[in-house]
Write a protein of this length. Structure first.
Length: 152
């Protein structure tokens, strides 16, 4: 059943999806930063998906990769009781479009991801520090962040 579902999404928006993976009960869709806004808009508004809730947004740091960050969006369809994971890879300098216009709660998650990882979200309405002090240097969840901080 999951295979048919992901196949139908791939057929509806093939240009927005790089690849899809099914692992046990989890469906993961990989996309690009240019495609994230139209893809999430489609997944929220299409009648056969209706992923109307952004449950979480975070990132993972892989410093050995060229595009070291993987931004992760967890969506939920209340109507179909279904969850979906969306991932995109980005480097340190490429901005990710904000999805605050699609999911208003994304503004808060984007602030947290920017503060902890340094991933810039373009057109976020309030992108500033949220968990660290305003004068704090660096981004604590990056793998190359020193354990004692930059200053004693």
């Amino acid at each position: 059943m999951l295979y048919n579902f992901i196949k139908s999404i791939n057929l509806m928006v093939p240009k927005l999806i790089e690849k899809s993976v099914i692992s046990k009960e989890d469906v993961t869709i990989y996309t690009t930063s240019e495609s994230i806004v139209p893809l999430l808009s489609f997944l929220k508004n299409h009648t056969s998906t209706q992923y109307d809730m952004l449950v979480e947004q975070t990132a993972v740091d892989y410093p050995e990769r060229e595009k070291r960050f993987e931004v992760v969006y967890l969506l939920m369809s209340v109507k179909y009781n279904s969850r979906l994971i969306i991932k995109l890879s980005v480097d340190e300098v490429t901005p990710v479009p904000s999805v605050e216009g699609i999911f208003p709660n994304a503004g808060w998650y984007e602030r947290e991801t920017w503060d902890m990882f340094g991933i810039f979200f373009q057109e976020n309405s309030d992108l500033r520090r949220i968990l660290t002090d305003y004068g704090f240097e660096g981004h604590p969840l990056r793998k190359d962040f020193p354990l004692s901080g930059f200053v004693e």
